[in-house]
Ligand binder design. Structure first.
Ligand SMILES: [Fe+2]
Length: 271
């Protein structure tokens, strides 16, 4: 596989088409389909499930969401981290070789709190990721990458991730921690990047508009945000992160993970 590492370092992201097999992606979809039916049937034992196909794998999850059965939606979210197919994605040998080249290190780690399925429901604003750099919330090491693959083909209405090209070159942006949004239950995220609209506009925008066997990779310091999902479909994204164990800052901070391990980023620590 010929990989343009130069373009990754220049722009902060790389897209590799047809990286994963359709068989693997379908296995993940089928597992989600089966699990969602099992849980849904606890609430509605007479439910007659549809026959599985690649497009209706999330029909029951969406149904549960529309019926406001939050136990189902949170159970599915947690179950996604337990799918064997997801672990195959994370431990893919080809991906690790690629990551070594992009990160420029053979000492790579995986953040245990940094992998999971993003389930972006139609019209949801609470979980929509605001402008951020993954390093701030994930830590590990400033030298790391985010690996992203959707389930299902994305389109602009579904609000694909918006990447701000070349922004990783600016280092760690100043962030403000504001817990008021959390208290009002408007957002889950306490971090606000300190950047003016004018400054942000200077970066060229790239939509991570992928299909399900594609792999998107972007630098830990690249500014990005979720688009708004204005469609009537769920946007499913498998996300995980790898980082460089040999980076000086990573060693200084003992490779701690971020929010998921209870660690709040503090710029004063010279991270
Ligand atoms: Fe992110």
């Amino acid at each position: 596989m010929k990989i343009n590492t130069k373009s990754f370092h220049e722009n902060g992201y790389l897209i590799v088409k047809n990286f994963y097999s359709e068989t693997l992606i379908n296995q993940i979809k089928k597992d989600i389909f089966d699990i969602s039916i099992q849980i849904y049937k606890k609430y509605n034992p007479d439910f007659v499930p549809p026959k599985f196909n690649q497009k209706n794998f999330d029909e029951v999850v969406l149904r549960a969401r529309n019926e406001k059965i939050s136990e189902i939606t949170s159970a599915i979210y947690d179950a996604c981290k337990k799918l064997r197919g997801f672990y195959e994605i994370i431990s893919n040998k080809k991906l690790h070789l690629l990551a070594e080249k992009l990160i420029g290190s053979k000492k790579l780690g995986i953040l245990p709190g940094g992998f999971g399925m993003r389930i972006d429901y139609p019209k949801d604003r609470y979980w929509k990721a605001r402008l951020h750099q993954d390093y701030t919330s994930q830590l590990g090491s400033p030298n790391g990458i985010v690996c992203y693959t959707p389930l299902g083909k994305l389109n602009k209405k579904m609000g694909p991730v918006i990447l701000y090209s070349k922004s990783h070159k600016k280092g760690v942006f100043k962030t403000k921690v504001d817990l008021s949004g959390l208290k009002k239950k408007k957002t889950y995220d306490p971090y606000y990047i300190q950047i003016s609209k004018k400054e942000l506009k200077k970066f060229k925008v790239k939509y991570l508009n992928l299909k399900e066997t594609d792999l998107g990779l972007f630098h830990f310091l690249l500014l990005h945000e979720s688009g708004f999902n204005s469609s009537n479909q769920i946007r499913w994204s498998m996300v995980h992160r790898m980082f460089d164990f040999s980076h000086k800052q990573a060693i200084n901070q003992n490779y701690i993970g971020g929010l998921m391990e209870g660690n709040i980023f503090k710029r004063s620590k010279n991270i």
